[in-house]
Design a protein around this ligand. Sequence first.
Ligand SMILES: [Zn+2]
Length: 188
Amino acid sequence: MTVPAAFRVDPMPYVERLPLRTRDAIELVVVHCTELPDLANAREYGERVLYPDSGTGNSGHFYIDRDGSVHEWVPVERVAHHVRGHNPRSVGIELVNRGRFPHWLDSRHQTMDEVYPDAQVQALVALLRRLQDELPSLRLVAGHEDLDTDEVAASDDPTRRVRRKRDPGPRFPWDAVLAAVPLQRLPV
Ligand SMILES: [Zn+2]
């Protein structure tokens, strides 16, 4: 048996300025990876104010570290900015993983090599099950890369195009997660 990893609640400084919603408005979980080295970097990025009118920034609701510890930074009753076009109806879960860091848009560095450790995947499965118990309308899951397919000019060569978002990327174990949790993956 594995020992349950830690669960910590550590609200973002701007949490109370994010819009409120009812729990039954949530029908979708979006899986991300941070594309940063560690959880502290993710916090630093998340706390940056990017929307001066509201004094808020971009973050997921939950962050799962490589050791399986789960960190709630935004409560699900608040709309977080984590995916274009789907924020009001979704919960964002960010997995700590380097992704393409630090050459996100370099056409020569688009491989996402870091494996998702078992402890991290198991913690994600447990969190998804808990969310399904708590959120009556939740039935869908998607990767950020499935919902944001925009391409932009590569940073090393503007004549080449790269994906703006590739997370959680090719190493994410979709089959194992979908076998463990009765959510339907988008797009079908
Ligand atoms: Zn993402």
